[in-house]
Design a protein around this ligand. Sequence first.
Ligand code: SF4
Ligand code: SF4
Length: 362
Amino acid sequence: MADPSSPLMALREGRWFKLICGASFQHLPAIRSLALAYGLAGAHCIDVAADPAVVAAVRSAWAIAPTLGFTPPDWTPPWLMVSLNDGEDPHFRKAFFDPATCPPDCQRPCEQVCPTQAIAAWPNSEGITPGILEPLCYGCGRCLPVCPHGRIIAHYRGLSPVRVGPLLLEMAPDALEIHTQIGRDRAFERLWRVIAPDLLGQIKLVAVSCPGGPGHGDYLKTLYDIMAPDLAIADCTLLWQTDGRPMSGDIGGGTTHAAIALAQETLALNLPGFVQLAGGTNDHTWPRLQALGLLDAIAGVAYGGYGRSQLQPIFDELDAIAHDRGQALNLEDIPPLLHRAVDRARAIVGLHHPAPATPMPP
Ligand code: SF4
Ligand code: SF4
């Protein structure tokens, strides 16, 4: 009998849950804690930056996970997905400013809007003003328009095609996500030709993440035609990620509507492959899908900012304890915090899983 906790089965049954850590989020302690909590909570996939250090942090969490008493003996970790881009994309950017140029009387609205406390625009106790704490910035862009002095700019990043192949071999992910935008079929095809021949044999799933807009349907059909021959040879699953309102799920309930509308549009295309929502998803997503009668049609939901923000207060407590003790701590070093984090993650995974995947340890 097929394993009901397997990611492929979850896709087929419409139960798929993916946690998005962020294509440019590189704060290793937070990523490790997220991977541990959501992995133990029954997530089917964790989506991270294509960065070997990030991948190593996730794998170190999953190496310790079976020893913590949460999992059955045959527990297998979620699929590890890494994200790539075929051109300029907000998911692959970092904010930047030079704090030395900031007026001393600025009220620092940039600090207030940043969801990850990535901005430190004032001198710390050592007299240093870091500006942007780069690993914490995931490119959400909220700081860019609020600076009254126009000091903040975005640096866009991407891997050159020659680096993609070796990096993927080094990281050996289970799944790949390609972020693209309407009209970039030639760039998409260039990237696809680099990864397809060598790597599809190892990759269980390829996700294509594309925001909506005029020509969206025709664009996805073009991408499918590019990928289809290689996907068939490699027996690789295809997933369309409907990136409704990118990186906004923690802002409020209304952000989910764009992802749902894009999912409806994508489903209407009847393309081969699963359809999964992302971009603005949160606790309003599943009830809304249910009300619209879409639960049988979609494969699942991915949560990014919402999923991360729900565990952040627990991670802040961990940081405070580590600070008091003067030592680095992992989430599993403080069992009550680990239990709370897994419990909270289970409630989020359980937004569309009525029953928890595994019992909590005593
Ligand atoms: S607000 Fe967003 S883009 Fe700006 S520093 Fe914070 S995470 Fe980065
Ligand atoms: S809002 Fe602009 S000027 Fe003010 S501290 Fe932030 S980056 Fe500097």
